[in-house]
Design a protein around this ligand. Sequence first.
Ligand code: PMP
Length: 426
Amino acid sequence: MGDVSTGRAIRVGENALGLDVEAIRADFPILDQKINDKPLIYLDNAATSQKPRTVINALIDYYRKYNANIHRGVHALAEQATERYEATRSHVARFLGDIDRERVVFTKGTTEAINLIASSYGVEQVRAGDNVVVTEMEHHANFVPWFHLADSTGAELRRIPITVCGHLDLSRIDDIITDRTRIVAVSHMSNVLGTIVDLQPLIDRAHDVGAIVVIDGAQSVPHFPVDLSALDADFYVFSAHKMLGPTGVGVLVGQREILDAMPPYQYGGSMIQEVRFDRVTYESSPNRFEAGTPNIADVVAFDAALSYLEHLGMDAVRLHERELTRYALRKLQEVPGLELQGPADAEHRGGVFSFTDPDIHPADIGAYLDAKGIAIRAGHHCAQPLLRQMQKVATARASIYVYNDESDIDRLVAALVDMRTYFGVG
Ligand code: PMP
């Protein structure tokens, strides 16, 4: 387990819940390098996170020691690979509040998980005259599949608007979510505004009218505790790569009865009970939705990412990020003219900071910061409907994680101030 198992990552001192960022950084080999002759400051975590040594080693171990296809093998390597793959499923279930492991389906990411729900549940349940509800702050992954479903079935796509402060405006929720609503799809945390959404009113209203709720947890599960045993969500989805795990692994958690009643998403090996020339029967969940050889190596290595986060403690992760968010929101105001998006209050948001400069294009901000070794993102962040609503074409976006601290924010802010001089607008 490397550094994590020694407990070095937890600082016991002034703030027992705080993270020892220096020790954490030492667990991430990629961070120990220079970009454009400057020490790398990685602030593009909303796009993807970096991987600790334990995750990288788990991947290497898998290929060096027990690579085999799973579920069918009769030899030792196949048994070991199957056991480790299924152990990650159990670990995910524990991580999310000790839910039933059969509710956990592996996909290749959040995007595939939402497509699975739309093409299976959606195509079966949604008819012309029904409606599907999204919010104005959705990532394209939680918008385009619903747009396509509505477009192809003749259903109406409705949206919950946002307030000027970047929260969902629930004032007309009873008019938007009606007895013709079949699906309500909402992000737990916005990848542009950082807004953390209070899901309960939406879940309550959806269930009152007999609709199901799909929650995009791509930006929430990595950053704060999510207890699915307490949250009455029908579907909850997220990606491993944003929470220290490998790319190519997503998680779909569904209610058991709904999953088992849904038609399969893909057809082939591993998802069947019996195949005859004239009749095929399918497995129940989760195998029903995992046709073919899955991404064994990356699922196995994801287990190490979950262990790493558990060792830090998700409460401690949230506390660290909330304090750093508070710091960043204050410091970013030191940059003349900088316009910051999203809620101003760190209690109701995560560490995603979208901003614009009145005089400098976001792409130029990104390029300038890159020259200083600072990795951020510039663009529409796969949320064009939201940016249009904000009357922006693009923003610059810095986003934090467990290996960032005040010094990273200080360097970002100093570079943004220098940038204005460089561009002759300071
Ligand atoms: N939803 C949100 C809120 C996201 O931030 C992202 C990733 N940017 C996605 C969905 C899509 O995730 P993936 O690309 O891993 O499928």
